[in-house]
Design a protein around this ligand. Structure first.
Ligand code: PEP
Ligand code: MG
Length: 763
């Protein structure tokens, strides 16, 4: 950093070094300056002059990050003007580098004695002892550092640090909005390519829509401070009311632990110190939105450096609450989320329930920093039917609202601000894939039958009512997995009996003659309904209190769903299955509840299905080894490979770091799957695979070669899988695949791939 300097010529240095003046005065002057000189290229000079004068500082300087991430002195009052545009600090150099690297303010009475102090002679000779530097933060990214210095050894107080941080926030917007006239490296203009993992295939392009609300620069200042304080108070009150009513409406004992989460929200929302910080910020002259944003930036910066997991969790909660408050101010809380049609949603992390809120938003794609391919967010992206990529490190700090982005869901790549060649290549691929779609559409009414006459029944996985329309367009046999929890995840309050049964009835009607297999509610883990609060606090949620475990602990709530399913299936076949069954006893307990609901309906003459088929999802290794014992108890089985494989390999399906590390196309996993199919045949239990693996080409034909005759997958995969199966000669493929299970071949995937190529399959 430039820790020494000489007072500049303009105005000289005040005799007594005194930094004073509140944020309010600073902001109102800054506002006037910005209003008068919106297009002035010397704006930064005027800003530093203004800060130095108002705070009675000897030096005020702005350092901004350049394209190579070094920090360039862009404007100064007090250091030598010649150093502007020349003095450049490396990312981690000096005190300025330290502020930038930690993204936290730094206050020193004697800068020289700090071990990180670095001397830059070109800026001037005279020593400036005291130092106050604050990061210029925007969207979690450090754009630069704002510094004031005084000659005397002086302790800057909290109010001064606060004031400078508020100014830094305004400055961040000023800089980002006018990067063209300020410096090349500020608003990001460079094309960026990020590689992650496919969450859903397909190609899309659109404008970035950041998930976390953004406060536009035009809304930074309050026109009328009192009015703004009123707006803030109103929004706070609605926020509290909505949390209170969520707590009330969540019903009595349902989700003990999630009540705690909501209670935590309530505690924060009523926390006087949080409110005080917001009000304080508004009183400096910021708009209500900017005040919330200002406090949110601090929490974010703390979150970036926090290691303690409990503290991180709390900071996440606070950030969630601040985002809710921003939406409240925007008049957009509750109901579905909005985004410009055709936008690409960009988020660091997003839960499946939040993603579902965008179901009507006509998004073109989704790009996420976190999330693995097996995550439920990915499943929702597939249900909405748009290309999605996850595991994109650094995404949120690189993409800005409104940037053009291309999503290549097939390759797991995104291009931010793409160059012309990339765009041209993208357009060519879109044209090609449209052509392929037309060709695949021709297969709609053809069976998925191998050349030697083996038919594999293909079903779709669904969860939203418009998914049912795909049945016709792709020509599937029915719905192999209907994820009923989506309805719960998409509603603010718990759906009642009537609401559930009406929904199920509409699903059954839309499916027509085709069977629908309803999976009873599978919440918990990362699938959290809004009325449960945002997150269950369990050490290992995937291994925790979820799915059937939760349902069996709350028979009242579970029976309500069973009753709704029975009622909705009047005069038809009701096919339902239980998720995450771990022991045969659990299956029996769930079945008993179902039987008593049937008896209740018979006794009171209520609507009844004319046939009942009850299945167990095999998602735990424990049940995979109990298939023989389900004979005569269950009517069918369905393998949830997403969960089964995460437990089999002890690898979190939602962890982007582990994605791709263990392969279902490996000897141990395939041996298990073969064994399961054989046991199911022996027990005369029809068995389906409904995990995501069934919709992947190589996996699908391998499963078929292991003897699976029913696969359920996302609708978009039906046609390609059908095409592939139609190119298979099973009498040749099956023995060769099964032979691989005993061979010493290193990679089964590669061996399968070359086998498929050898046999001329349409992979
Ligand atoms: C599975 O686990 O494979 C499955 C189909 O269920 P979900 O992905 O909804 O957990
Ligand atoms: Mg599952």
């Amino acid at each position: 950093m430039t820790d020494r300097g000489r007072p500049g010529d303009k105005g000289g240095s005040p005799q007594r070094s005194h930094v004073g003046g509140g944020a309010k005065l600073l902001l109102s002057r800054l506002r006037a300056l910005m209003a008068n000189q919106a297009q002035d290229p010397k704006r930064l000079e005027r800003v530093v002059e203004l800060i130095a004068n108002t705070m009675v500082a000897d030096v005020c300087s702005i350092y901004l990050k350049t394209e190579d991430e070094s920090l360039m002195l862009m404007a100064t009052q007090g250091l030598r003007p010649e150093a502007v545009g020349r003095t450049r600090m490396k990312e981690n150099e000096g005190l300025v580098g330290l502020v930038s690297a930690t993204a936290r303010p730094l206050r020193l009475t004697d800068a020289f004695s700090h071990p990180r102090f670095s001397y830059r002679p070109e800026t001037g000779e005279d020593p400036f002892h005291s130092f106050l530097g604050v990061p210029i933060l925007r969207g979690g990214r450090v754009l630069g550092v704002l510094v004031v210095q005084n000659r005397t050894e002086r302790a800057y107080d909290d109010e001064e640090a606060e004031a400078l941080q508020t100014v830094a926030m305004v400055l961040a917007e000023l800089v980002a909005a006018a990067a063209d006239t300020l410096s090349a490296g500020l608003r990001q203009t460079r094309p960026v390519e990020l590689r992650g993992r496919t969450l859903n295939e397909g190609l899309a392009s659109g404008k970035v829509h950041l998930y976390d609300p953004v406060v536009p620069p035009a809304r930074l200042f309050a026109a009328d401070a009192e009015e703004e304080e009123r707006r803030l108070n109103d929004a706070l009150e609605s926020l509290r009311n909505s949390i209170d009513s969520m707590l009330t409406r969540a019903g009595p004992v349902l989700f003990g632990e999630s009540r705690d989460v909501l209670e935590t929200y309530r505690l924060f929302a009523h926390d006087p110190s949080w409110e005080a910080r917001l009000v304080e910020a508004v009183r400096t002259g910021l708009s209500a939105e900017a005040a919330v944003d200002r406090v949110r930036r601090e929490h974010r910066a703390r979150l970036e450096s926090a290691r303690d997991s409990l503290l991180r969790e709390r900071l996440h909660d606070l950030e969630d609450l601040e985002n809710r408050l921003l939406r409240q101010l925007d008049g957009n809380d509750g109901g579905g989320r909005v985004a410009p049609p055709g936008a690409i949603l960009v988020a660091s992390r997003i839960g499946p329930a939040e993603l579902l809120e965008y179901r009507d938003a006509q998004l073109a794609g989704i790009a996420l920093e976190e999330a693995g391919a097996g995550s439920h967010a990915a499943i929702v992206a597939r249900a909405i039917g748009i290309p999605a990529v996850g595991g994109l490190a650094g995404l949120v700090t690189r993409a800005e609202d409104g940037d053009v982005m291309i999503i290549d869901g097939d390759g797991g790549v995104v291009h931010i601000r793409p160059e012309a060649e990339i765009t041209a290549n993208f357009q060519a691929r879109v044209a090609l894939s449209e052509q392929t779609q037309i060709e695949l559409g021709r297969l709609r009414d053809e069976p998925a039958k191998t050349t030697d006459g083996v038919e594999v029944d293909l079903y779709i996985n669904a969860g939203l009512s418009f998914d049912l329309d795909h049945l016709d367009t792709v020509g599937a046999k029915g719905v192999g997995l209907f994820r009923t929890e989506f309805q719960f995840m998409a509603s603010e309050t718990m759906p009642g009996l009537e609401e559930q049964s009406t929904f199920y009835k509409s699903v059954i009607e839309r499916a027509g003659e085709r069977p629908v297999t309803f999976r009873t509610i599978d919440l918990g883990g990362d699938k959290i309904a809004p009325f449960m609060g945002r997150r269950e606090r369990e050490e290992n949620p995937a291994l925790g209190w979820r799915a059937l475990r939760m349902a069996l602990d709350h028979p009242f709530f579970f029976r309500r769903q069973l009753r709704a399913l029975i009622r909705a299936s009047r005069g038809k076949t009701l096919r339902l299955m239980f998720p995450m069954v771990t022991t045969v006893e659990e299956f029996e307990a769930a079945r008993r509840l179902l039987d008593s609901e049937m008896e209740w309906a018979i006794k009171f003459g209520r609507d009844l299905p004319n046939r009942l088929q009850v299945g167990a999802m095999v998602e735990t290794p424990s049940l995979a080894f109990s298939i023989d014992q389900l004979k005569g108890k269950a009517d069918f089985l369905s393998i949830g490979t997403n969960d089964l494989m995460q437990f089999f390999f002890a690898a979190d399906r939602d962890n982007a770091r582990l994605a791709g590390r263990y392969d279902i196309l490996s000897r141990p996993a395939l041996r298990l799957l073969l064994r399961m199919r054989q046991r199911a045949d022996e027990a005369e239990l029809p068995i389906t695979v409904c995990g995501e693996a069934g919709g992947r080409s190589l996996e699908a034909i391998t499963l078929a070669a292991l003897g699976y005759r029913k696969l359920s997958m996302q609708a978009a995969r039906i046609a390609p899988i059908k095409l592939l199966i139609r190119s298979v000669d099973m009498s040749v493929l099956a023995p060769r695949v099964q032979g691989l299970l005993d061979s010493s071949e290193q990679s089964i995937r590669n061996a399968l791939l070359s086998l498929a190529t050898d046999l001329g399959l349409k992979i």
